[in-house]
Ligand binder design. Sequence first.
Ligand SMILES: Cc1cc2nc3c(=O)[nH]c(=O)nc-3n(C[C@H](O)[C@H](O)[C@H](O)COP(=O)(O)O)c2cc1C
Length: 206
Amino acid sequence: MPDGTREVAVFACSHRGGGNSDAAAALVARGAREAGATARVIELRRFRVLQCLACRACAAEELSRCVLAGKDETETLFDVLMTAPVVVFASPIYFYALPSLCKTWIDRSQRFWEARRKKDPWVMALKERPAFACFVAGQPAGQKLFDGARMTLKYFLVNFGLTLTEPLGLRGMDAVGDLPSAAEACRAVVELGRVAGQAALGESGA
Ligand SMILES: Cc1cc2nc3c(=O)[nH]c(=O)nc-3n(C[C@H](O)[C@H](O)[C@H](O)COP(=O)(O)O)c2cc1C
């Protein structure tokens, strides 16, 4: 039975399996375990996530519930964000942004934004915790390459009590295998995992 109190939850956000963000997620998990935490990799593409209907029912609903709750696996993913001591996102950059599946999931969190706006006790009671991210991008350059993904992730996570630290952005990672064959980048990702693992231990009081 994994010890959830010191677990680092790592979301792997690519639509393709076995690529650079999957490799990054595995390296983060390795670093977290080296730090003494446990780690779980969650591949987003395995989850069914329906699009936000923009119906605004969550704004009116007493507990800010979503009309789609139970019709897909979105709430299972939200449960992780509400309870994990530390979360890490390993994601590719698609058109200067997060991949569409991840963004679809993020849009569904509108009910958490509404709950914060209304100061619903259940959302205000969520513990403040740290979050981390590693972005991989095919382009070798581009000053603002990670800005879109960083901003979206930051304002998504804040509604769960999660504060995003400055993401690690890796450029020039395009083909499958580019990250695993870049030793320096791999070291940086493992180090990110170690920091996340230490944060999880700190959250658990260990
Ligand atoms: C739909 C799509 C859009 C992309 N857009 C960008 C982009 O805007 N900038 C960039 O540097 N790379 C872009 N890429 C390249 C990916 O970021 C790169 O191949 C990355 O390594 C993919 O991660 P993965 O191996 O985890 O799937 C794009 C790739 C795809 C499939």
